[in-house]
Design a protein around this ligand. Structure first.
Ligand code: ZN
Length: 263
């Protein structure tokens, strides 16, 4: 069986910043969040690459995108730096069948908002409180091997209302010490592409070092992996029709082919 090709993308900005909080982030993630995730989910059936915004072509040249079955996305303060042309290329790949796993503050990334079509905003608070993540859909592939609930000792609170489309399938739900709740693990489908959003992952706590979190991410890679050949994402003409058309065509004497050409 061929391996699932996973590309973990990270804006990699906080990791290179100055200051006490940046030193703290580097103490958890000396090679960046992207490499920590790549190392954390490493397995025989996964071929994982870690890339970042500061690399050529913003880390995602077309040949890499075409050879990616699942794209992971971590972004926060650099959402606007991602070029719209890259977002177009990623969107096309998702509609063709590439999986997308959006993490934490990636809820506000261009690609997540593009794919969902809603504002994707939420309530938040940063005071280092406790989060308890509950499995809601225990039969879902992403929940396999994950405890019924687990604790993240210190987290950034992300709370409802979460501005995502109503068809969101809830796999995980979080409760916070301060009283809020949040749909912390949700799935969607766009075209042939599967999308999973998972909220735990604030940069100043070592959340991507927790085994339960890495279990969820590894499961997500396998669930979201592209399994079918690329789907068609453009329109195509079907003439002649599979059944005989008896109606007389009122446009029979006029050539309409130029109507369908780009202006
Ligand atoms: Zn955060």
């Amino acid at each position: 069986m061929s391996k699932i090709r996973v590309t973990v993308w990270n804006e990699n900005i906080h990791e290179k910043a100055e200051g006490g909080w940046a030193d703290l982030i580097r103490s958890f993630y000396p090679n960046g969040i992207h490499n920590a995730i790549a190392e954390g989910i490493a397995a025989d059936d996964l071929d994982v690459k870690a890339v970042s915004l500061d690399m050529p072509e913003q880390g995602l040249p077309q040949d890499l995108l075409e050879n990616t079955d699942v794209l992971f996305w971590w972004g926060h303060c650099g959402h606007d730096k991602v070029e719209d042309a890259l977002v177009d290329r990623i969107q096309k790949r998702i509609l063709e069948g590439m999986g997308l796993v959006v993490l934490h503050s990636g809820h506000y990334s261009k690609i997540f908002r593009r794919m969902l079509g809603t504002h994707c905003s939420l309530r938040w608070r940063e005071c280092g409180e406790k989060e308890r993540v509950w499995v809601v859909d225990k039969d879902h592939p992403i929940a396999q091997g994950v405890p019924d609930s687990f604790v993240i000792p210190h987290t950034e609170m992300y709370g409802e209302p979460f501005g995502i489309p109503p068809e969101a399938h809830v796999v995980f739900m979080s409760w916070y010490e301060g009283g809020n709740v949040f749909r912390s693990g949700v799935t969607f489908q766009r075209g042939q592409g599967k999308i999973f959003y998972f909220s735990p992952g604030h940069e100043t706590f070592p959340i991507y070092r927790q085994p339960e979190v890495l279990k969820v991410l590894g499961n997500a890679a396998r669930w979201a992996a592209q399994t079918l050949p690329n789907a068609k994402t453009d329109c195509w003409n079907q003439d002649p029709a599979p059944e005989k058309v008896y109606s007389e065509n009122p446009m029979d004497k006029i050539d309409t082919s130029s109507l369908h050409k780009k202006a």
